[in-house]
Design a protein around this ligand. Structure first.
Ligand SMILES: Cc1cc2nc3c(=O)[nH]c(=O)nc-3n(C[C@H](O)[C@H](O)[C@H](O)COP(=O)(O)O)c2cc1C
Length: 238
């Protein structure tokens, strides 16, 4: 059991360039997908399909798609940012501002601040370097019963993600989830490119591969005491 907790603690986001010459073997890819298939899903609806892209030209085509960043994302992202490791450690949640392009790290960023910034290619080199990109599709026809907005269906997709992520990391394969391919024009273009039917929505995508440099960055979590409420909600914690 201790080794399971160790694996859970060591699972991490690899926002890094992967060695594009290294492939993910079919055996390992299938292990990752099998781990996903054994995830709990509400009503066992298994409300997902997974599209794997490992063709270099197709990966490049995805990486080259224009992906303008939304101002809403930048503004809300700013609220969660920490500007030093000390600040991040103290908060125990959120991410370091240094992860993002400088223009994104302004409290009152405006559309004109982003002109000339190369946002379209944010993560594009990372995508190109992937050994494989998995696009997880939410199947709206496999709804969990009586779940408003299919909230339970969304939780299910998270369970699938975690199983696949843990399996990949346990095999020494780096994993990087990307939300950016799920919305807006880029999602439409990917839908067309890969012939994705209308009833399927891109839920999230993830890159798989082997990082060139070790993945190492400050990862923080809140202490258990900060979110544990015993026998009643403690309003001093939030
Ligand atoms: C639903 C979901 C969406 C995420 N989207 C992104 C994303 O688009 N890009 C990214 O780099 N990380 C993304 N992440 C990763 C989180 O930022 C990351 O898990 C968190 O910062 C904790 O870091 P860790 O994974 O290394 O523990 C996402 C995670 C989840 C669960």
């Amino acid at each position: 059991m201790e080794s399971l907790l160790k694996l859970i603690r060591q699972r991490q986001s690899a926002r890094t360039i992967f060695d594009s010459k290294k492939r993910i073997s079919k055996t390992n890819l299938d292990k990752i997908l099998e781990a996903g298939s054994w995830a709990p899903t509400a009503h066992n609806m298994q409300n997902f399909e997974v599209l794997i892209v490992d063709d270099k030209k197709k990966l490049e085509a995805i990486a080259n798609l224009k992906n303008p960043i939304s101002l809403t994302f930048i503004k809300e992202n700013y609220q969660q940012m920490s500007f030093s490791k000390e600040e991040l450690k103290k908060k125990g949640r959120g991410v370091l501002g240094a992860m993002f392009p400088p223009a994104w790290r302004k409290p009152d960023v405006k559309a004109e601040d982003l002109v000339g910034e190369d946002h379209n290619s944010f993560m594009s080199e990372e995508i190109k370097s992937s050994s494989a990109l998995a696009i997880v599709l939410y199947d709206s026809t496999k709804r969990a019963p009586a779940s408003e907005g299919d909230f339970l269906g969304a939780i299910s997709l998270g369970c699938v993600m975690e199983n696949m992520w843990l399996m990949a990391n346990s095999l020494g394969i780096d994993f990087h989830i990307l939300s950016a391919l799920s919305e807006g024009t880029i999602a439409k273009e990917i839908r067309t490119m890969f012939n994705i039917p209308e009833h399927l929505k891109i839920a999230y995508s993830f890159r798989l591969g082997y990082s060139i440099a070790p993945v190492k960055y400050l990862r923080v979590r809140r202490k258990i005491s900060a979110f544990k409420h015993m026998n009643g909600y403690d309003t001093k914690k939030s």
